[in-house]
Design a protein. Structure first.
Length: 213
């Protein structure tokens, strides 16, 4: 059975996005701080056509999270920020331009049907049958590799509620957002198995097995 994993950055007070998200600030007020630990890492810079970068523990973890999955599932709001018909979405082409950083098939959970979009090495397939339908398609595309849930919080919560998630790695940024989108809102009671803790500059990486399927 295909392994379902998730890597996601989170504030110390449990938010994966700040309040008042807009097209200009898709992660809400202060939310960009969640990912500041990534920008100096060599793997991130390689992925974006840049030279240099750090090669410490965060870089190793980032490489793993990028290179391990064979397919990705994400929510509509993570894809574009919208939730209505595509014709009304000013960001219908998504956040990542013509050469997205995923390089594997991406399955977008949405209420609004759309033809598959190919950009660079990434294909976006739009699934209207819900999370489990998207996971089934992603598992087929991933082959013997895991499927990753990229976000947003709603899909992570749904996967936890359904007992589908096998591994969860949170990258804890050392600040308080004070409000926004909570990662574990409505999550069921569960005992998680600690796999590793890696302390690095500006972030602590904590990986759990969740019990999953």
């Amino acid at each position: 059975m295909t392994r379902l994993i998730c890597n996601i950055s989170i504030s110390l007070d449990g938010f994966v996005a700040g309040p008042d998200a807009t097209l200009e600030e898709p992660l809400g007020k202060g939310g960009e701080q969640l990912h500041e630990w990534i920008f100096g890492e060599r793997r991130w810079r390689e992925q974006h056509g840049l030279d240099g970068g750090e090669r410490g523990p965060s870089d190793e973890i980032l490489r793993e999270s990028i290179e391990l999955p064979g397919a990705i599932v994400m929510g509509r709001r993570m894809f574009s920020g919208g939730d209505g018909p595509w014709s009304d979405d000013p960001n219908a082409d998504a956040w990542w331009g013509d050469d997205p950083p995923f390089d594997v098939p991406v399955f977008v959970v949405t209420h609004h049907a759309r033809e598959t979009v190919d950009k660079g090495k990434t294909s976006y397939t739009f699934v209207t049958g819900g999370l489990e339908a998207a996971l089934a398609q992603a598992a087929e595309a991933a082959g013997d590799k895991p499927v990753a849930i990229a976000g947003g919080a709603s899909l992570v919560q749904q996967s936890l509620q359904a007992g589908l998630l096998d591994e969860l790695e949170i990258h804890v940024a050392p600040f308080l957002l004070g409000g926004g989108v909570r990662l574990f809102e409505g999550a069921p009671p569960a005992a998680l198995e600690l796999v590793r803790v890696v302390d690095a500059p500006n972030v602590t990486h904590i990986k759990y097995r969740t019990g999953g399927k």
